[in-house]
Design a protein. Structure first.
Length: 387
C-alpha cells in the first residue's frame, strides 16, 4: 500500500468457524479493525475499507482475530506482512527484504501439534504461549539471502510468533535500525542486536561488510522471557534463522544513509487528561478476564493519556493497543532514549513502562491486550472505548 491509498479488501470466510482480518498497527475506522467485535461467519463476505493516512509508511501485518481462536488461526499459518510505502521516502532506493519470523511445532506424522488444553503440554502452551522448535522465515526453514559486498539492504522484520520473543543478531555485522512499528525513527541508530517481542516490527539496514564469498547466519540469541517453572530446558541455545551469503561479485561503494529520517513530534504531556493504570497479572488485566460487554477504559476522541503498564508477574507480557500508535515515555523510570511510534511494547517480568497516546480520530471500541496469543485467547484483553 502507499500513503493516501483508499484500500478495499474483499474478504470471504471459507473457514468452518467465524473469523476476522485484523490490520495490526494500522490507524483505521473501528468497523474495519477486524477485532472480535466484528466476526465474519462461515460462508459470509465482508469488505474492509480504509484510507492509509499520511505518516503511516512502515511495516505492519494482518492476521485473524476471532474471539478465543487467534492463536489457532495464526498457528495454522494465517498471517502476512503489510508494507506501506511513503510518498517521500528519505532513504535511497535499495533492495528490500521481508523477514517474517514464526515458529511451529509438529507431531511425528507432520501435522501441527495443538495439544488438548487439559493436557500437560496444553497447560505449558497456555502458560508460555505456544512455541515450537522449527523456526521459519517467510514460511521457509533457513533460507539464504544474498548480498553484494558494499551493498546496503533494507530488511523489514516482523515477529509473527505466538509467544517467542526474538533477540536477533548477525555476528560480525552491525544493524542500522531505521524504523519500528509505526514507521521510520527520527535518526538511524547502530545496534548489535534487536529484541523483537511478539507482534513487533523493526526496519533495519544491513550492510554487506563481509568479504566476497563469505557467509554468516541471522541468529536468535537466548532471551529469558519465561517463568522459572515452565522455562523450556533449551531456552538458552542460540538458533539460526537464515544464511546471509556475500556474493563473489566485485564490491560496490556503499550508499550514503541520511542522518535524519523524519520529524516525530513528541505527544504533549501537559495535555494529558487521564493517567491509566494497567496491571498485567497472570492471564489477567487489572485482575479481570476479557468481557466484550464491558468497557474497561472510556475516553473521548482528541484526548491525550498516559498509560502506566505494570507487569507484576515473573514472565514477560507484550502489550498491544489497537487503532492508535503510542510513544514510550519511560521504562522502570528510565526515560526512553529516542522517539518512535509503537503499537507493541514488551513489558518484561516485574517491570513498569509508561506510554503516551492521543486518540486523534475514529471513535469505537478498541482492544488492548497481551500479544502472547494463548494469553489473549484466554482473556488477557480489555476494551478501550473512544467516544
Ligand atoms: Cu496482532 Cu489484537 O492483535
Ligand atoms: Cu501475556
Amino acid at each position: 500500500m502507499s500513503e493516501g491509498d483508499h484500500v478495499i479488501v474483499h474478504f470471504r470466510n471459507d473457514l468452518p468457524e467465524p473469523t476476522t482480518v485484523h490490520w495490526h498497527g494500522i490507524h483505521l475506522p473501528f468497523e474495519s479493525d477486524g477485532s472480535p467485535f466484528h466476526p465474519i461467519k462461515p460462508g459470509e463476505t465482508h469488505d474492509y475499507e480504509f484510507t492509509v493516512r499520511p505518516g503511516t509508511a512502515g511495516t505492519y501485518w494482518y492476521h485473524p482475530h476471532p474471539d478465543h481462536r487467534t492463536g489457532f488461526a495464526i498457528g495454522k499459518g494465517l498471517f502476512g506482512a503489510i508494507v506501506v510505502h511513503a510518498t517521500d521516502d528519505p532513504l535511497p532506493p535499495m533492495q528490500e527484504k521481508l523477514v517474517i519470523l514464526s515458529d511451529n511445532r509438529f507431531l511425528h506424522d507432520g501435522s501441527l501439534d495443538f495439544p488438548d488444553p487439559a493436557s500437560h503440554h496444553g497447560g505449558i502452551d497456555e502458560e508460555n504461549g505456544r512455541e515450537g522448535p522449527v523456526l521459519f522465515v517467510n514460511g521457509h526453514v533457513m533460507p539464504t539471502v544474498t548480498i553484494r559486498s558494499g551493498e546496503t539492504q533494507r530488511w523489514r522484520v516482523v515477529n509473527a510468533s505466538a509467544g517467542r520473543i526474538y533477540r536477533i543478531a548477525l555476528p560480525g555485522y552491525t544493524f542500522i535500525q531505521v524504523g519500528s512499528d509505526g514507521g521510520l525513527l527520527e535518526a538511524p541508530r547502530e545496534v548489535k542486536e534487536i529484541l523483537l517481542t511478539t507482534g513487533e516490527r523493526v526496519e533495519v539496514l544491513v550492510r554487506g561488510t563481509g568479504a566476497p564469498g563469505s557467509k554468516t547466519m541471522l541468529q536468535n540469541l537466548p532471551y529469558d522471557r519465561y517463568a522459572p517453572q515452565t522455562r523450556p530446558q533449551d531456552w538458552n541455545t542460540t538458533l539460526d534463522l537464515l544464511t546471509l551469503e556475500t556474493t563473489n561479485e566485485t564490491p560496490i561503494s556503499p550508499v550514503t544513509i541520511p542522518s535524519t529520517l523524519r520529524k516525530i513530534i513528541p505527544l504533549d504531556t501537559t495535555k494529558v487528561t487521564a493517567v491509566r493504570t494497567v496491571v498485567f497479572g497472570q492471564g489477567m488485566i487489572n485482575g479481570k478476564l476479557m468481557d466484550m460487554a464491558r468497557v474497561d477504559v472510556s475516553t473521548k476522541v482528541g484526548a491525550t493519556e498516559i498509560w502506566e503498564i505494570e507487569n507484576v508477574v515473573g514472565m514477560d507480557h507484550p502489550f498491544h493497543m489497537h487503532g492508535f500508535q503510542f510513544q514510550v515515555l519511560d521504562r522502570d523510570g528510565v526515560r526512553e532514549a529516542y522517539l518512535a511510534w509503537k503499537d507493541m511494547l514488551n513489558i518484561p517480568k516485574h517491570s513498569t513502562a509508561r506510554i503516551i497516546v492521543r486518540y486523534d480520530d475514529y471513535p469505537g471500541k478498541w482492544m488492548f491486550h497481551c500479544h502472547i496469543l494463548d494469553h489473549e485467547d484466554h482473556g488477557m484483553m480489555g476494551v478501550l472505548e473512544v467516544k
